[in-house]
Design a protein around this ligand. Sequence first.
Ligand SMILES: Cc1ncc(COP(=O)(O)O)c(C=O)c1O
Length: 533
Amino acid sequence: MYSLRGAEAPLFHGAACGGSDEGGYFGAKAPVFFIFYAALKRRSSTVLPAAGQTEAGISGLKPGFFYSLRGAEAPLFQGAACGGPDEGGHFGAKAPVFCTLYAALKRRSSMALPAACQILYVLSCANLPAMADVISSASIHEKHFLSDKVSQFTESVIREMTRRAMLYGAVNLAQGFPDFSAPAEIKAAARAAIDGDVNQYAITWGAKNLRNAIARQMGVWQGIAVDPEKEITVCCGSTEAMISTLLAVCNAGDEVVIFEPFYENYGPDSVLSGARPRFVKLRPPASENGEWTFDEKELRAAFDKHTKAIILNTPNNPTGKVFTRAELELIRDLCIEFDVLAITDEIYEHILYDGTEHISMASLEGMRERTVTINGMSKTYSVTGWRVGWAVAPEKITNAIRKVHDFLTVGAPAPLQEAGAAALGLPAEYYAKLAEGYRVRRDHLMPALESAGFKCFRPRGAYYVMTDISGFGFEDDVEFTKYLVKEIGVAAVPGSSFYRDARDGARQVRFAFCKKLETLDAAAEKLGKLRAR
Ligand SMILES: Cc1ncc(COP(=O)(O)O)c(C=O)c1O
C-alpha cells in the first residue's frame, strides 16, 4: 500500500483527465485521501464539515449522479495533487470521491476494493470510525475472498526491484543480500549438521545449542544477561521474529511508534497485528558529514495512552543512522513514562563505520524488562537465505512470542540452527573484518554515486546508502528507479517505499552496497551514462 501511493501518483493526473481503466482510476486517488487525512489530523474546522458532507453524500447516494461528477471534479483533483491553497473548498470538493468509490463498490468492481481498504485505513487512523463503517458496509454484501488487512499493503517494492533487475539484466543494488560467499566455516557446520542427521524439527523455540550461543554472545557484546531457557525464541529470520512479537503483544487499536523512513516490513507488520502505526520523522543530515535526526517534541507527541510499543532499528535501514546513547536514553525515558515496550531490530549490529558504537536498548537501565531485541544470522553471517533469526524478551513476553511462533512456523531450519551456534562462536576478528569489508564497499560506491550526480547521505552503519536525486530532474523516485533499472541497468529502491506518504520519499533513492567490488564497479560504469533531464 505504501509503495503504491508513490507509484500511483502520476496515474492520478491521468485519471483526472478521464482514464478508461476504473481500477487505475480508484487506485490512483490514494494521494487525495492522504491530503484529506493530513488536514483532519490538523483538525481544520473547514475540513470537518466536508467530512460530514461526505457522509451525507454517501447515504443519499444516486450512483449515476456521482459518476457524472467525476469529470466535473477533475480539475479539483489536479489542484489537490498539487496542493491547492484553499483547504476548505478543496476538501469539500472531495466528498464526491468517496461517493464515486462507493458506487463502484456497489457495482462489485474488484479493482476498487483495494482503494476502499486504503480509505478505510486512513479513516480509522483519523478516528472517524463512523465514516469507516459507512464505507465498509458497502462491501460486506459481497464476497471478494480477500481479507481487509491484506488489501492494505502491496508486495515488497524491494523484492519487486530484484525481479525487475533480473528482467532487464541490471546490476542489483536494490535488495540487501550479499553476492559473495558465506564464510566457509559456517557452511561446513551446516553440512556437518545435515550429515549428522540433524534433520527433524528442532525444539519449537530454538535448538538448545543456538539459544546458549545467543545468550552467551549477548553477554559478551552488550553485557546483557539472558536466560536461554526462558527468554529466547528462534524464528524463521528476524522477519518472523518481528511479526511474531507484534502479534504476541498488540491488540486492535494499540498504537506502535515507528521512525520513518522505515524498513518496509514494519508497515504491513503493524497492519497484520492490528496495531495502528504512528510515524515520527528522521530528518536527513543538513551537512555532508551530519546525522539523521528526530525532533524530541514530535517523538513525545507520538506517545499517548494507546501506545503499546516503539519499533526501533539501529543501525538503521535505509538511512544508515546509528542511534546514539543520548537518543536511546530519550526514547527510554518516554517508554518508561508511558509504559511502552521497545521492539528493537538490531540485525546490523556488527556493521558499523567511522568508530560508531552500537548500543542495545535492553542494556539501558530500566529497559531490560520492557525490550524485545530482534536479531538474526542473515546480515552478520551473509546467509540471508537461511532464515534464522531470534527474539530475546522477558519470560512473560517470550511465552507469548513462542505461542505465536509455534503456530506460524513451528520452527526454523534445524541444521541451520546448529550452524548458527557455530557462527556465533566465531572470533572477534571475524566481526572486525566484516565491518571493514563493508566500509571499503561503502567508500567504493559513494564516490561513484556522487560523480554520477547523486547527493549521498553517509551511512554510519548497515549496508545501504540513501541518496537525494533532486539534481536529475525526474518527476519522482519511482519514475527515476524505473528508468535506472531499464535504461541504465542499475536496480535501486525508490525512497517512497520507506515512507507512509510517498511524497516524503519522492526525492530519495536507496542503494545497497553488500556486493563484490566488481559488482559495484559494474554499477559505477553504468551510472556514468546517467544524465540529468
Ligand atoms: C532492518 C531489517 N530487519 C530485518 C530484515 C530481514 O532480516 P531476516 O533475513 O533476518 O528476516 C532486513 C533485511 O533487509 C532489514 O533490513
